[in-house]
Design a protein around this ligand. Structure first.
Ligand code: SAH
Length: 385
């Protein structure tokens, strides 16, 4: 198999040697096109790294390894087994097994649901390796099924159509996972993302640690009730709000599955919050990725302001707001700034009691700042002054 050769413009090798995993089209001085596997050279002809070539993408090259390596089934199998080993202590039967660039497999997501796998392919280069990757997954893990959920809009930027369907075996329509000892039904075929917000596992446990018996909890953007069920199991009275009717139905079934009850409401979380007159001990606000692109950053920061501005009066003094953003476009510092604006606009002082990021199965690779995408603030309503 012939490899694509890419030579970088002068100086562009430094970031690659620093383990930044992307090369943009305008950083390339010379290109000789062949297969998906590609060797990267600096301007003086020194071999730097091996990666995958995506001809239609703005990100023309994604890192796999320093130096020259053979990219075959055993390469992927080794990387997959390393990823599994790193996640040995995750306290759940469902977790992210491969997180793209963070596992040095840029473009590949693998989520484990019990013995089954749900994969998502995000780059043209990885798409061309799909057969080899699937073989490696089968050989490494003997999964009971592999289902593909590459049905996201971002694929168009890679010249790829959204794709969804079984690859190996049959995925059960609804399966049951266990996370921190709590059970959840998951719809890997029809649910959002790959079926469950695996990246909020640590947040759910943290929020549960704040809950006392009898707490009134409002779970905004509840999806299938992740935060709600954790809180209800700690003795809280919970109201879950989401626009997605199927998710809300699943939230109720998840409550039943764990022997608790949760009140639910199919509604727009912003509108609900703006007209609500109740007081809560704890509000969770975990909105969807409002800003996938840079130009939407303003509306994301506006949403952070709005959620805080309308939540604060709904909290008792000492009450908790747990606010998340799953978009890279707003940094932790941005979030703190807009939460502070909302607090001063309301003249309600706050403390930031904790900040959390995505859990260990979605590793934040500091060489690749884009991999830090999920940030949450634990805000406490301070006494009025
Ligand atoms: N907290 C959840 C994950 C939330 S994902 C968990 O732990 O599992 C974001 C959710 O917001 C999705 O379920 C989506 O249906 C919902 N959503 C999107 N826009 C909304 C809106 N305007 N009002 C309420 N829910 C909304």
């Amino acid at each position: 198999m012939r490899e694509t050769v890419i030579q970088l413009k002068r100086g562009k090798e430094r970031k690659i040697l620093n383990l930044y995993p992307w090369v943009y089209r305008d950083e390339v001085a010379y290109l000789r096109e062949a297969g998906a596997v590609s060797h990267l050279y600096d301007r003086r002809g020194r071999l730097l790294a091996t990666g995958l070539y995506s001809p239609s993408s703005r990100v023309i090259w994604r890192f796999l390894s320093l130096g020259k390596v053979k990219v075959d089934r055993s390469f992927f199998k080794k990387r997959i087994l390393e990823a599994v080993a790193y996640r040995k202590h995750v306290p759940a039967t469902a977790y992210r097994l491969v997180f793209s660039e963070s596992d040095f497999l840029g473009g590949l997501i693998v989520d484990r649901y019990n013995n089954g796998l749900v994969i998502q392919i995000r780059s043209e280069g990885m798409e061309r390796m799909k057969g080899v990757v699937v073989d490696a997954l089968v050989e490494a893990l003997s999964p009971s099924f592999i289902y593909e959920r590459s049905d996201m809009e971002g694929r168009w930027e890679e010249g790829l159509k959204p794709v969804k369907g079984p690859i190996v075996g049959d995925a059960p329509n609804i399966l049951t996972i266990t996370e921190n000892g709590i059970k959840f039904y998951v719809d890997v075929v029809g649910g959002l993302k790959t079926g469950f917000y695996l990246d909020q596992r640590r947040s759910r446990q943290y929020v549960a640690s704040l809950v006392k018996e009898g707490f009134k909890v409002l779970d905004l953007f509840s999806y299938s009730g992740g935060f709600s069920i954790y809180a209800a199991l700690k003795g809280a009275k919970v109201l879950a709000v989401d626009t997605n009717e199927a998710a809300i139905r699943l939230a109720q079934e998840n409550a039943r599955l764990n022997g608790v009850s949760v009140s639910v409401l199919v509604a727009d979380a912003f509108k609900f919050l703006m007209s609500d007159r109740d007081t809560y001990d704890l509000i969770v606000a975990d909105p969807p990725a409002i800003a996938k692109r840079k130009d939407a950053r303003k509306s994301l920061l506006g949403a952070i302001w709005k959620l805080t501005y309308y939540s604060l009066p709904r909290l008792r003094e000492g009450g908790h707001l747990y606010l998340c953003s799953c978009s890279y476009q707003a940094s932790l510092q941005d979030m703190i700034t807009y939460v502070r604006f909302a607090s001063t606009d309301r003249k309600i002082p706050i403390y930031i009691a904790a900040t959390l990021i995505q859990p260990e199965d979605h590793p934040f690779l500091p060489h690749f700042p884009e991999s830090l995408y999920l940030k949450c603030l634990h805000v406490v309503r301070a006494p009025s002054r």
